[in-house]
Design a protein around this ligand. Structure first.
Ligand code: SF4
Length: 75
């Protein structure tokens, strides 16, 4: 698995376009990378059918690092 660089709020679309009203120490789950094409919708969730009994929550908000990896932020 490729390592991704540590993202900051300075990489976020909302910060760069002065749309963020949060004053946090680190990026939040709303993080979206700032692309030249603008804000792109997140990738659709995929169905995964499991045979075993569910023991964890079905879904959780991705971390900012996971958001960056989803959108292909280079290392
Ligand atoms: S990651 Fe969250 S806190 Fe940081 S700039 Fe983006 S929206 Fe604001």
């Amino acid at each position: 698995m490729a390592r991704t660089k540590k993202i900051t709020c300075d990489d976020c679309f909302f910060r760069r376009n002065m749309l963020c009203a949060l004053a946090l120490e680190e990026p939040c789950t709303t993080f979206r990378p700032d692309h030249p094409e603008g804000l792109r919708p997140p990738e659709q969730m995929r169905f995964v059918f499991r045979q075993e009994r569910r023991t964890q929550a079905t879904w959780a908000f991705p971390t900012a690092q996971e958001q960056a990896a989803r959108h292909g932020i280079p290392a």
